[in-house]
Write a protein that binds this ligand. Structure first.
Ligand code: AMP
Length: 219
């Protein structure tokens, strides 16, 4: 199953993506994670990325497209994948379409997790992540057993720089300007599946599984 997962920053997309990929046995390809890995690897490309991410701005399309093209060529993506945080602009969506057309592997569906902006700011500002295990917590809605410590790895949790309030507001603006047009883009292709993203983790997971039942390849 080849899926795109659209949702604003803080929509709970990353957490749900993990559940979907486990349920369907496909890898999650999260451009935010690939970009953060390049930044912490202190590569030259990572330095360029940091100049954008630290300000809440999008990384240029050609850099992201090259990174995704390379990742999708990995064997683990041959049976499908879930794209998380990509595409984020129309040129990225066009680039993806060209890549998939070339290998005759069309998208099955585009999930869109809908959450109002005020809830998003509260979620992102309270979000804490573990760099080791990839676990995601929230200081109020989903706290770890011990404050500031990952339940899985025992390592200290971090508040991502781009989850700080001013950066979150900037990221939401970027989303409205550059990513929102993709809703129409995929609606026109008849691929868009909208899911209400307000509720408990389990409720949202069930809604997602419900809409995915209608999708080719979900069987
Ligand atoms: P995320 O974890 O998906 O919210 O991504 C964190 C940051 O990485 C974003 O705020 C952007 O600066 C950058 N980024 C991630 N995915 C993309 C993308 N598809 N296009 C451009 N920039 C991206």
């Amino acid at each position: 199953m080849r899926l795109i997962f659209l949702g604003k920053p803080g929509s709970g997309k990353g957490t749900q993506a993990r559940a979907i990929t486990q349920a369907y046995g496909i890898p999650a390809v999260a451009t935010g994670d690939l970009i953060r890995a390049a930044i912490s690897g202190e590569t030259e490309l990572g330095q360029q990325f940091k100049g954008y991410t630290s300000k809440g701005l999008l990384v240029p399309d050609e850099l992201v497209l090259a990174m995704v093209a390379e990742r999708l060529e990995n064997d683990d993506c041959s049976g499908g994948f879930l794209l998380d945080g990509f595409p984020r602009t129309e040129p990225q969506a066009d680039g993806l379409q060209a890549m998939l057309t070339k290998v005759e592997a069309p998208l099955d569906a585009v999930l869109y997790l809908k959450v109002p902006d005020d809830i998003l700011v509260e979620r992102a500002v309270g979000r804490r992540v573990c760099k080791e295990s990839g676990s995601v917590y929230h200081v109020k809605f989903n706290p770890p057993k011990v404050e500031g410590v990952c339940d899985v790895s025992g390592k200290a949790l971090v508040h991502r720089d781009d989850d700080k309030e001013d950066v979150v507001v900037r990221r939401l603006k970027e989303y409205d300007e550059k990513t929102s047009p993709l809703i129409e883009y995929y609606k026109k292709q008849g691929k868009l599946l909208e899911v209400d993203g307000v509720g408990s983790f389990e409720e949202i997971e069930q809604r997602i599984k419900g809409v995915l039942q209608s999708v080719n390849g979900a069987g």
